[in-house]
Ligand binder design. Structure first.
Ligand code: NAD
Length: 454
């Protein structure tokens, strides 16, 4: 497998894909390793994870450079991701023993009753490239702490980072037969689905998630899907400062080049502040530094995948043909690397692809709304259900809007945010199941009920 740098289109490394027989033999190895691993106490397993976190932080500069080289993520954002993902480890350190402890429900009388949380066994984690630290940690660290062994298939666009996870987990004391990488693209992913894992945990697109769920359905093992979104933001007319709202909205839409599952993907603005908002928003977007991701000032690097340029061009053309106004951007940038200008389309309507289909790039559609009722109806007009946000100075107004959102996460005066304290889950086409928090660790265990008479 050739690994290309999206900023230069040059091959920077070559890895050998795993063969189907290697997947089989890795699964057998992981099955043996899991038995020993699950006999350790939660604290012993946590000690390895804590050590892993220390190694990642100690090597963050080198790791950030690797992530930037294979995804084009600006170096500062790569560093932010590595430092930020540590919060999962801190949260596990403080909570996992409590979450995984046996629950003695009846401990008097003739029959005692308790719940023991047992690991699932060997799980497959097929992952995405856009935030490999965040979405990887959400799955494999929680699975390991709960006593499972893990086959981790990084995205073909983040395989060098995946190999670093393997290296440092082993260095931190996780046995080699408890965590293993599987290197390859979607075809290898399909191969993994054929093997008898005890659970399949996927992060990626809706289209792939649907294929995975239907392929493994007959195995009757847990399947969890963290998928895409078309996340709306409503900027209400009572925001205290329209410019601040515009700056924050733009960051939510354009951070990581818009390649976040919970990026702001469409914006609705009250008609009273629409013109001022658009002006401030466009000014902000035009101030972004675009270019070499290794330059510390760069906010927008190249897209990770070349093929996304065609998707963005199509959305721009479709929107303009249906009456949108292109305020800035709209073009791919010729030359080395997969660059696309940050793009703002206004006067959008819901017959446009840019308001319906995940863009996953530096492009945003903005639409004017007359009141909260219209905003809610438009925000809810989507097949997705990952997050929804409102900027407003009125808490009651915000809560009334957020109450009506059929999404796993809602935000008031913030957006594009994930926290280990609360579950991360998508509804409808955005996924199935939850990671993070106590819900996230329960995904990797199965309860066993004990009825005990002495
Ligand atoms: P993708 O679906 O193209 O690929 C994801 C993984 O699936 C990769 O490892 C790939 O090799 C593998 N794969 C591809 N086809 C497969 C198949 N038929 N069977 C098994 N495995 C297969 O997604 P991507 O481009 O890596 O990630 C971007 C998508 O992920 C976006 O839609 C984004 O919104 C979503 N995402 C969601 C979350 C979340 O938490 N909800 C987080 C990050 C990304």
């Amino acid at each position: 497998m050739k690994i290309k740098n999206p900023a230069t289109n040059k091959v920077i490394a070559e890895l050998t894909d795993n063969s189907p027989s290697e997947i089989k033999s890795k699964l057998n190895t992981l099955r043996k390793g899991q038995k020993e691993w699950s006999r350790l106490s939660v604290r012993e397993r946590l000690d390895c994870i804590v050590k892993f976190g220390e190694l990642m932080q100690a090597n963050k500069e080198e790791l950030a450079a690797i992530l930037t080289s294979e995804t084009g993520k600006p170096l500062q954002q790569s560093l932010n991701e590595i430092v930020g993902a540590q919060n999962r480890i801190d949260h596990l350190k403080n909570n996992a023993e409590k979450w995984l402890a046996d629950e003695n429900l009846v401990d008097s009388g003739a029959t005692h009753e308790k719940i023991v949380y047992e690991p699932l066994g060997v799980i497959a984690n097929i992952s995405a490239w856009n935030f490999p630290y965040n979405v990887g940690y959400n799955v494999f660290l929680y699975a390991l702490v709960a006593g499972n062994s893990v086959m981790y298939k990084p995205s073909e666009y983040a395989s060098l980072t995946g190999k670093q996870f393997e290296k440092y987990l082993h260095e931190a004391g996780i046995p080699k037969n408890v965590f293993m990488c599987a290197i390859g693209d979607g075809k290898l992913g399909q191969r993994i689905l054929k093997e008898p894992f005890d659970g399949y945990f996927f992060t990626g697109s809706h289209a792939t998630g649907q294929k995975i769920a239907s392929t493994v359905a007959s195995k009757l093992v847990p399947v969890q899907l963290e998928l895409g979104g078309k996340d709306p933001l409503f900027v209400a007319d009572d925001v205290p400062d329209v410019k601040v709202a515009a700056v924050n909205a733009a960051e939510g839409a354009f951070y990581n080049n818009g390649q976040s599952c919970c990026a702001v993907e469409r914006i609705y603005v009250s008609e009273g502040i629409y013109d001022d908002f658009v002006e401030a928003f466009v000014n902000e977007v035009e101030s972004y530094v675009l270019g070499d991701p290794t330059n510390p000032d760069t906010f927008l690097g190249p897209l990770t995948r070349e093929q996304q340029i065609a998707v963005l061009k199509d959305q721009v053309g479709d929107a303009i043909a249906k009456g949108a106004i292109l305020k800035t951007g709209g073009q791919a940038i010729e030359g080395e690397g997969y660059y696309f200008q940050p793009t703002v389309l206004i006067n959008c309507t819901h017959d446009m692809k840019v308001m319906q289909e995940e863009s996953f790039g530096p492009i945003i559609g903005i639409q004017k709304v007359k009141d909260d009722e219209e905003a809610v109806a438009l925000m809810q007009d989507t097949e997705y259900g990952l997050t929804a946000a409102i900027f407003s100075s009125n808490e009651d107004r915000a809560m009334e809007v957020l109450r009506q959102m059929n999404t796993g996460t809602v935000y008031w005066n913030c957006c594009d945010r994930v926290s280990p304290n609360v579950p991360w889950s998508g509804r409808k086409s955005s996924g199935l199941g939850a990671t993070l928090s106590v819900q996230g660790i329960r995904a990797f265990v199965q309860p066993k009920s004990y009825h005990l008479r002495s």
